[in-house]
Design a protein around this ligand. Structure first.
Ligand code: TRP
Ligand code: SF4
Length: 535
């Protein structure tokens, strides 16, 4: 699931208590895993996602987005990883892509609609749009048969098209038939090993090989839009998918032929050592015999004696300082001199040779790196990517993501596919949709008098969520009016639900009509609707 409410995530403290039976090495076995793509629990505190996982707050980007979607404006899309490059591309009219995937394990429901809408919105903003059916994952990780998968896959795709996905301009595919995805997955698998998957997902010796393969397949999905050339790509998902996003970002960098860093001498240094050495370089006036040519050993002595007055040096971990000092000491009389370094990570021999030839100005060539003295970081990064692409490399950019909140179930608690009354399927009979909303739990008070006096609790009300996430559509004023009237005590739950139920019925009716209208489009589309696979 794309984190749509049926799949929810464990918050860090609850992770160990989760007692979901896991048949083939899901994440609950690993204490340190708190975001679980195949688990089942709920986010109790979104703030933790920022603090513990480094997800960034989406709000901070809102002002820079030309026409934010209502899900962004209303905080339903609450977090992101590295969305800026996508935002910039959108503003500049440069290429960018959006991709998400759906495990066809049941009917598409109103939680999935959030993701459909996110894909479609990015497509409307000029992005290359991709939607995929994660059938391999559903088969391997959830044990669905191919017949079941085919049926659900068609339903997801019909709803996606009915909501406005433009097939002429966008791409839909299923994992099982997309040869390029399989091939890319195989290549990516070379950069990921079992211990790593174990640490991330809690896989162990009992985990099915195909389940693991579905992970590298998802990595390939996420990078697929960049097979046509590197570009910013956003993956809209629920926060339960964040481990996948982090791994994909890692793999994207690991696949690169060259790394580009700054260096000050011929030896290699880690990021934290570099910040110490950089600070020592900046302070050269205060210790070098000849400040035009400070020596490594002089910098080492200065650092040894405390390197006073320089915050970078004082705040960095002692350990990094010691490592920097010993490297500088070893380099002895070598001059300390800033340069841009190309590290050879996994380039072919020809690509490395070509890089060496391309670097202009003063350069120094080592076994596994080239130092350029007349190039800044951005120029160097550009050269590195160009050479990589010219020599059969991918040149991937790390993919970005946006995260939306899970919807609360209509019966309170979490929205779950296995509790029909808790969610509304996009295929529900409109009358049933109406009834489910009428029967929903609310944030209302015990009596009408109390409600008038104290106001309702819209923030804890699944019915208000329906308005904000779906029923109010783009109409912010309407959503706000419902909210204000509720908390102001002017709105009573009976009428409020009646209105919501009616809107839901209308929505379902129209949506289902549109599904029928787009059926032919889907038949004509370049996607296999019936899998020839067995089992
Ligand atoms: N794992 C996702 C889910 O459980 C489905 C998926 C497969 C996906 N490939 C993807 C999601 C690529 C986003 C991007 O729903
Ligand atoms: Fe929820 Fe509406 Fe009742 Fe407010 S009035 S608590 S929004 S059902």
């Amino acid at each position: 699931m794309t984190g749509t409410g049926t799949d929810t995530i464990e918050d860090a403290e609850d992770a160990e208590d989760a007692e979901e039976p896991l048949t083939d090495g899901g994440a609950a076995g690993a204490d340190e895993v708190a975001l679980d793509p195949w688990g089942s629990s709920s986010v109790s505190d979104y703030r933790k996602l920022f603090e513990e996982f480094g997800i960034e707050e989406f709000d901070e980007l809102l002002a820079d987005l030309p026409h934010p979607h209502y899900l962004m404006r209303r905080g339903v899309i609450f977090g992101h990883r590295d969305y800026r490059p996508v935002l910039e591309a959108m503003r500049e009219g440069d290429p960018f892509a959006v991709l998400s995937g759906f495990m066809p394990t049941g009917d598409p429901h109103i939680g999935h609609k959030l993701v459909f809408d996110e894909i479609i919105w990015h497509q409307e903003q000029g992005g290359d749009a991709y939607a995929l059916i994660a059938d391999l994952e559903a088969h391997a990780a959830r044990g669905l048969t191919w017949d079941e998968i085919d049926e659900h896959a068609r339903d997801y795709l019909l709803s996606l098209l009915a909501l406005g996905f433009d097939l002429e301009d966008g791409t839909v595919y299923r994992q099982s038939t997309e040869r390029e995805v399989q091939d890319l997955a195989f290549e990516l698998g070379i950069e990921a090993n079992f211990s790593e998957l174990g640490a991330i997902y809690g896989f162990d010796g009992e985990t099915d090989v195909s389940h693991m393969q579905s992970v590298v397949t998802q990595m390939a999905d996420i990078l697929y839009p960049q097979l046509e050339g590197p570009k910013p790509t956003v993956i809209p998902v629920g926060p339960d998918q964040d481990p996948h996003v982090r791994l994909a970002r890692d793999l994207a960098s690991r696949m690169r032929y060259f790394g580009v860093t700054t260096a000050y001498a011929s030896f290699e240094a880690t990021e934290d050592e570099l910040s110490v050495i950089g600070a020592a370089y900046d302070a050269r006036e205060s210790y070098a015999d000849d400040p035009d040519q400070p020596r490594c050993v002089e910098a080492a002595q200065w650092l040894e004696s405390g390197g006073t007055g320089v915050t970078e040096v004082e705040t960095v971990e002692e350990d990094a300082r010691d490592r920097a000092i010993s490297k500088l000491e070893n380099a002895g009389m070598e001059p300390l001199r800033p340069r841009t370094r190309f590290l050879n990570r996994r380039a072919t021999e020809e690509a490395f040779e070509a890089l060496i030839d391309t670097v202009e100005g003063e350069k120094r060539v080592f076994d596994e790196h080239v130092d350029a003295f007349d190039l800044d970081h951005d120029e160097a990064a550009e050269i590195a990517r160009t050479i990589e692409l010219a020599h059969d490399g991918y040149g991937f950019q790390p993919p970005s993501s946006i995260y939306h909140r899970f919807m609360t179930g209509l019966t309170g608690g979490k929205m779950s596919s296995s509790i029909p009354a808790s969610h509304i399927s996009l295929l529900d009979d409109p009358e049933d949709g109406y009834d489910k909303v009428k029967a929903a739990t609310t944030g209302g008070r015990e009596t009408a008098e109390l409600q008038r006096e104290l106001g309702g609790r819209a923030d804890e009300c699944p019915v208000y969520e329906l308005y904000a996430y779906l029923l109010a559509g783009d109409d912010d004023e309407f959503a706000k009016r419902v909210y204000d009237e509720c908390v102001g005590g002017e709105r009573l739950c009976g009428d409020c639900k009646e209105q919501a139920a009616h809107l839901m019925k209308e929505f379902l009716r129209e949506h289902q009509e549109k599904r029928e209208e787009v059926a032919d489009l889907l038949e004509a589309a370049d996607i296999e609707l019936e899998s020839p696979r067995r089992g």
